[in-house]
Design a protein around this ligand. Structure first.
Ligand SMILES: NC(=O)c1ccc[n+]([C@@H]2O[C@H](COP(=O)([O-])OP(=O)(O)OC[C@H]3O[C@@H](n4cnc5c(N)ncnc54)[C@H](O)[C@@H]3O)[C@@H](O)[C@H]2O)c1
Ligand SMILES: O=C(O)C[C@H](O)C(=O)O
Length: 352
């Protein structure tokens, strides 16, 4: 830990325990669309340490449109009323420059959600222009190494727009959320095997956060009374793994919309916290997670797409897990999702 105060530095040489006592500096976290459903769920999670850790103070920057300013102010009031010890400041604004100023983490949720019967790519026309404008705000005002997670749909293509229109933002700092799909995959396997979800790991979401994503349990494992075993072996039902499991995870967002009449929010907020926490604090040893990241061509995925891969994270950097066996079934699903992303890219670039 770096001690900023010279007196403390000298004292620490003789009394190392003072190191434990210097409080961490607050981190500025931006949440856009903060007056919306996911925004409302996530700000309290962040301010309770679920994103950056239980000892990391935060200053929340909340952005929403001017027409949501009153609702946003209500969220600000509630955060104050919740008397959250880690929360060192709250800014509620509809000014992009002010919202992005000095932030080290940006959770970009602002945009329109889909309604029943729509695909996420139907939101391209409504949402991509938001990210063209926010790319400049991010470049000009955020902290230089700001880590960004795109939640608003179509998440992968919005991330690509941010990259294209924010050329000085390092590609490694832009990601999109497929952790919700990853968590859904773990949940489905846990239900099937009747084990706790915490005992299942290393599912993979390949591709787009859309119905062409490929949820893949072929490398996943689960802990049982007999030790850790491949999920494939424990499920012992290839048809379920290739059909029902895949389509349930692919269609889970739509199923939630059908049931709630609005899209997922608490699970999305929780997944965004998981995503940033693992990115910054690291993935547990032997565990990978799924993140939408800028493709470097791994597994034959075209370079320059934001594509969901299995990744491990250490010291604030993600790396794509290499060397996994890909069979013909997986290859064709992975290609279909990459093709859809190419198509979304060209629609988005035509609009912009
Ligand atoms: N990637 C995922 O896993 C995932 C999961 C759930 C939802 N989503 C997406 O997240 C987005 C938000 O969902 P929600 O349920 O919170 O929607 P919501 O409609 O409840 O909230 C969205 C908020 O964004 C605000 N907004 C719109 N344009 C903005 C802009 N330019 N700047 C700042 N704020 C802006 C709106 O005023 C609104 O308050 C949607 O696009 C949804 O499809 C993604
Ligand atoms: O499905 C949606 O449109 C919302 C979100 O992307 C989800 O996966 O729940």
């Amino acid at each position: 830990m770096m001690l900023s105060n010279p007196l403390l530095q000298r004292l620490a040489r003789w009394c190392p325990w003072v190191l434990r006592d210097e409080p961490k500096q607050p981190v500025k976290v931006l949440v856009t669309g903060a007056a919306g459903q996911i925004g409302y769920a996530i700000v309290a999670m962040i301010a309770r340490g679920l994103m950056l850790g239980p000892d990391q103070p935060v200053i929340l920057h909340m952005l929403d449109l001017p027409r949501a300013a009153e609702a946003l102010d209500g969220v600000r009031m509630e955060l104050i009323d919740a008397a959250l010890p880690l929360l060192r400041g709250v800014l509620a604004t509809s000014d992009e420059a002010e919202a992005f100023q000095g932030v080290s983490v940006a959770v970009l949720i602002g945009g329109w959600p889909r309604k029943e019967g729509m695909e996420r790519k139907d939101l391209i026309a409504k949402n991509v222009s938001i990210y063209k404008s926010q790319a400049s705000a991010l470049q000009q005002h955020a902290a230089p190494n700001c880590k960004v997670v795109l939640v608003a749909n179509p998440a992968n293509t919005n991330a690509l727009v941010l990259k294209e229109f924010g050329p000085s933002i390092p590609a490694k700092n832009i990601t999109c959320l497929t952790r919700l799909d990853h968590n859904r995959a773990l949940g489905q396997v846990a239900e099937k095997l009747n084990v706790h979800v915490g005992d299942v790991k290393n599912a993979i979401i390949w591709g787009n956060h859309s119905s062409t994503q490929f949820p893949d349990a072929s490398h996943a494992t689960a802990r049982t009374d007999l030790g850790e075993k491949p999920v494939k072996q424990l499920v012992a039902d290839e048809k379920w793994l290739k059909e029902e499991f895949v389509s349930t995870v692919q269609q889970r967002g739509a199923a939630v919309i059908k049931a709630r009449k609005q899209s997922s929010s608490l699970s999305a907020a929780s997944a965004a916290c998981d995503h940033v926490r693992d990115w910054i604090l690291g993935t547990p040893k032997g565990t990978w997670v799924s993140m939408g990241v800028y493709s470097d061509g791994s597994y034959g995925v075209p370079e320059g797409l934001f594509y969901s891969f299995p990744v491990t994270c250490e010291k604030g950097e993600w790396s794509i897990v290499q060397g996994l066996q890909i069979d013909d079934f997986a290859r064709s699903k992975m290609e279909a999702s990459a093709n859809e992303l190419e198509e979304e890219k060209s629609i988005a670039m035509n609009i912009l």
